[in-house]
Design a protein around this ligand. Sequence first.
Ligand SMILES: C[S@@+](CC[C@H](N)C(=O)[O-])C[C@H]1O[C@@H](n2cnc3c(N)ncnc32)[C@H](O)[C@@H]1O
Length: 314
Amino acid sequence: MAMLENRLRKNQRILGKWARQQDIECFRVYDRDLPEYAFAIDCYGEYVQMAEYQAPSEISDEKVNARREQAIAAVQEVFGLARENIVLKSRKRQRGSQQYEVLSQSKSFFVVNEGPARLWINLKDYLDTGLFLDHRPIRQFIRENAKGKRFLNLFCYTASASVHAALGGATSTLSIDLSNTYLDWARRNFLLNKIGSKNNRLKKADCIDYLSSKYEKFDLIFLDPPTFSNSKSSSNVLDIQKDHGTLICNAMNKLERDGLLIFSTNKLNFTLESESLKKFEIRDYTKFSLGKDFQRRKIHQTWLISHKWSPQTY
Ligand SMILES: C[S@@+](CC[C@H](N)C(=O)[O-])C[C@H]1O[C@@H](n2cnc3c(N)ncnc32)[C@H](O)[C@@H]1O
């Protein structure tokens, strides 16, 4: 327990200072740094989420429970938090629609700041929180490159990337997702940031179907699909390792000649297909797209993709 407290204190000192300098309140402060305390610990303003990795089967339940209690006590002590500000989740590997199930109905939403953006977070009611912390540098990149651009956000979730694009001066944003829950959440994020709905559309659609439609071009596209998707409200099944070539090619059809597509995936051991994508200019952006808090673990991979001979360089 003393070891965990010391590690948390050290990480908090280093990352807390960095976060204040960056004007962010949400960051990962610990990720299985000590193998006996297998948690990912994320700060969300005044709250902390502790996601517990599944312990190997040879470790007894008593030991797992005791370590969990020690870890909660250490977090309370180091961050000076009341127990109700700590949310514990278990991180068994989730597949498909299971990932997006409602856990409870406490409706406990609160607001955090991320640079100029304000975003609604909910740590209790869903497995995910409303904001994927590992993508923070990509949202910043989008904000810094959005001025005067038409931005398309595919699989937009709570549309935090579109909030950043709009705040960065995008002329329009279109955010697409299948889930009414997340589109509602996105709407509330827009309201919170005084982002008008006329130029910032939220569309309920299957992104796979949408990409096969012809009309509308964009200057900046963010494509961050789930690893697997077999949603109830769609007949399409997505397996990102198998389908990303087609998905990227279809998204590139919507990109202006001098536009940029950002493709990111959290799939472990993902490899980018080379054959169908060799007609594009592709740059591995992973090391820039992981913030200081995620550099120890390559939790996602990111590529910047443009048309060959594009007049614009990023
Ligand atoms: C991994 S998250 C995307 C994260 C998001 N890009 C971000 O940065 O916050 C998955 C999202 O994809 C949506 N989704 C899954 N399958 C879909 C599909 N076929 N069409 C549209 N949205 C889909 C889910 O509802 C969920 O909001």
